[in-house]
Design a protein around this ligand. Structure first.
Ligand code: NAG
Ligand code: NAG
Ligand code: NAG
Ligand code: NAG
Length: 319
């Protein structure tokens, strides 16, 4: 049952490191239980050292790298204990939910440079230990709450260079409170609600350059929040407004903010409007009352002078 150290050595290069340990076991008086234990050990070491590995990919300890292999399908037989999976620069157009979510120990997933575009809502449901997710250079169109809601350990999320990405719903990252680096640069985004990023307590870096931002007052609120928050904005010279026309091409964090300052920041709230309304009403009422009083006075004066003349006339006729 016990194989010689030479046989073990020849079986697989990856087991070399373990062979030293096996030798000490073999030196010791052999018993059947030791042999069983050895066989088990060999089995485990083979799996860990990547004997099971998708044929297109390179496997190292807990890491599977399939970069640039023209893959159109998610590779089969990825070891279930994989922690790092790199699928960059392939032709994947979807991620099969079942196969991906078997990899429940996954911490690092790089799918950049593919054509992922279909609804990703059920793609990431049980890889909940994921810390790093790169979906840049794909064909994503929309991000919703369901897309990343189960990834509550996520720290880095790269969504940049998705030219079809037009919408990030307001609560998309509501469950990703560890998010530290978020990049949505060079997409086709028009608007992002301030609460989407403001409510991320750990955010340190926010890539928003190269989009088609609609700089209305809600958006400029985001701009002033960014300035006060200390969140880093990479490539901030390329964070420009696309519309409305009078701020087109202006840098959002400087020129556009100045341009829109009076329009957006000097504003009245409800109480101010109520107060102004009251003042206006008072002035109007006072004016009306004054005009009425003047009118009454004028009429009385007219009346008095008229009766005085009548009296005089009467007096004259009497004489
Ligand atoms: C990207 O998505 C758009 C719209 O969903 C589609 O028309 C286009 O063909 C896609 N591009 C690629 C390269 O898959
Ligand atoms: C938010 O994340 C937690 C894990 O932290 C998860 O249990 C919960 O289901 C998530 N919420 C939603 C609505 O998906
Ligand atoms: C700004 O534009 C967004 C998107 O069109 C809209 O949801 C928001 O209500 C607008 N804000 C203001 C103050 O007009
Ligand atoms: C801004 O974008 C242009 C192209 O749109 C690019 O050439 C330039 O390098 C960018 N600026 C920075 C600082 O990255």
């Amino acid at each position: 049952m016990a194989s010689s150290p030479e046989q073990l050595h020849g079986d697989h290069q990856g087991t070399q490191r373990k062979v030293g340990c096996l030798q000490c076991q073999i030196m010791s008086p052999s018993s059947s239980s030791t042999s069983v234990w050895m066989v088990l050990l060999i089995g485990i070491s083979w799996t860990a050292e990547g004997v099971i590995c998708p044929k297109e990919c390179a496997c190292q300890y807990l890491a599977v790298n399939c970069t640039g292999k023209q893959l159109e399908e998610f590779p089969a037989s990825i070891p279930l204990d994989t922690r790092q999976l790199i699928l960059a620069q392939n032709k994947l157009s979807y991620l099969p939910s079942v196969e991906l979510n078997f990899l429940s120990d996954l911490i690092y997933l790089d799918c950049s440079g593919n054509t992922l575009g279909e609804d990703l809502d059920f793609a990431f449901v049980s890889i909940i230990k994921l810390v790093y997710l790169d979906l840049s250079f794909n064909n994503l169109t929309q991000v919703t709450f369901g897309t990343f809601s189960q990834l509550s350990s996520l720290v880095v999320l790269k969504l940049s260079d998705n030219p079809s990405l037009v919408e990030i719903e307001k609560d998309s990252f509501a469950n990703n409170s560890w998010l530290r680096h978020l990049d949505v640069s060079r997409c086709s985004l028009v608007f992002i609600d301030i609460s989407t990023v403001r409510d991320l307590p750990n955010l340190r870096s926010l890539g928003i350059s190269g989009n088609l931002w609609f700089c209305n007052c809600s958006f400029m609120e985001l701009s002033s929040w960014i300035k006060g928050s200390g969140v880093a904005i990479p490539d901030s010279d390329n964070v420009t407004c696309y519309s409305p026309a009078f701020v087109h091409g202006l840098r959002m964090l400087e020129e556009a903010q100045q341009e829109l300052h009076y329009k957006c920041y000097i504003h009245f709230d409800d109480q101010d409007y109520l107060f102004l309304g009251l003042v206006g009403f008072c002035i109007f009422s006072a004016g009306t009352v004054l005009a009425w009083l003047l009118g009454v006075c004028a009429v009385i004066y007219e009346f008095l002078t008229a009766t005085g003349e009548d009296d005089e006339d009467e007096d004259e006729t009497a004489n």
